[in-house]
Design a protein around this ligand. Sequence first.
Ligand code: SF4
Length: 164
Amino acid sequence: MTTGTQVHYYHFCQRKLWLFSNGVQMEQDSNLVAQGKFIHETTYGQRANKYKELDFGYVKIDHYDAQQKVIHEVKKSNKLEFVHVAQLKYYLYVMQENSIKGVTGILEYPKQRLTQKVILTDKDISEIKKWELEIEAITAQENCPKVIKKPYCKNCAYFEYCYI
Ligand code: SF4
């Protein structure tokens, strides 16, 4: 099963996807991840009663409003919005695959006071099926993909591993 984290990394950096999926895991040491978790917890701390946590094993959704059928996903910054949209679309796909239909998503950027509605289209579903195949192929490769040399590498938990 493709995990939500793998979908995130597939869009962020295929090298990161490969490293993570092949057991080189450094995220727990990342201050950035800790900051993200802090924002997540403080933003949603008072709303925990309203939203349910859903755990499908390969995908964990922290804040689902079952009454409105909306997944709320909070992020620290909107700089990598395309990655966040892809991950949330995958969550909507997983819900549908598990017979929970008609769900939409809202991306929230509390620092920027921005929100974005995310929906799942038929075109998205075909794309997601391609992502799953590509993720499987990339993680099965013998060699790690090359470094991508993007500005956001400096904020990646694997920065030292890749560049130093
Ligand atoms: S530092 Fe850059 S190249 Fe290395 S895994 Fe992270 S995003 Fe990919």
